[in-house]
Design a protein around this ligand. Sequence first.
Ligand code: SAM
Length: 284
Amino acid sequence: MSGMLQFDEAGARRLEAVYTTPDVVGQRREVRRILGLRPGEHVVDVGAGPGLLAAEMAAEVGPAGRVHAVEPSESMRALAAARTRAPAATPETAPVEIAPVEIAPVEIMAGSADALPLPDASVDAAVSTQVLEYVADVPGALAEVRRVLRPGGRLLVLDTDWDSIVWHSRDAARTARILAAWDEHLADPHLPRTLAPTLRAAGFTQVRTHVLPLLNVGYDPNTFSAMNASTIGAFVTGRAGIDDADVRDWIDDVTSLGDAAFFSLNRYVFLASKPVRPLPASPG
Ligand SMILES: C[S@@+](CC[C@H](N)C(=O)[O-])C[C@H]1O[C@@H](n2cnc3c(N)ncnc32)[C@H](O)[C@@H]1O
């Protein structure tokens, strides 16, 4: 079996639920603090998913600003549209809490990281959270982001190194097998460790880094790890000899540890600048 995680309607809704846990809400708060958007700025969210960050950034840039939410999955674009444009959403129609944004200068656009539907030098800032690890040609995507940024503009990238995972269970060998199969859900499960030189090679300067840990100690169903367990289980079933029973037993294991449950995973943030003037060509 091959293929990355699919963001069809069910996959998009599962991701939306995981990304509204307090863990990921807090992660977005840190991302926005590091990016430091100002009123009136224009920003592109590359791979905007269900529009959670786009909606929050729209409130920060205000009516004089603009958020371009670029996303290839139609199901994700539908969720982003509901989040940023549907003030009348009710609990019956909304599977997760929708926070209507009073001022919503959000333009939802079909597109992908290697072909952004924006003119050259048209945005002040670009963000891409949990996206480049799914992209086969990261240098190509960075060149495209650089094209649409104005000189002096900034890029924030957040990705996970899945080797940073610590997930306590009663059967460590089974957990290791399941997580090895889960590594196949994206193009590069270890992107952060190579991203700083890749950003510099793509012409970005002033590369600054941060680590944002996700930490769940004690079992709580409304956490990143608890909600992600079923997504991981569904993806790995049928891969690397893992069957339904393995997945059921693994989920029972990690969700029944009570106070002994422990999960930790690092997200890495890179903030980089597009130089005001073109960089001099390197000698030789
Ligand atoms: C894990 S989700 C993250 C969504 C969003 N950035 C967030 O942090 O809430 C990954 C997203 O990347 C999108 N994606 C995958 N490949 C992409 C590509 N080549 N260009 C742009 N987006 C892509 C997926 O459709 C999905 O919405």
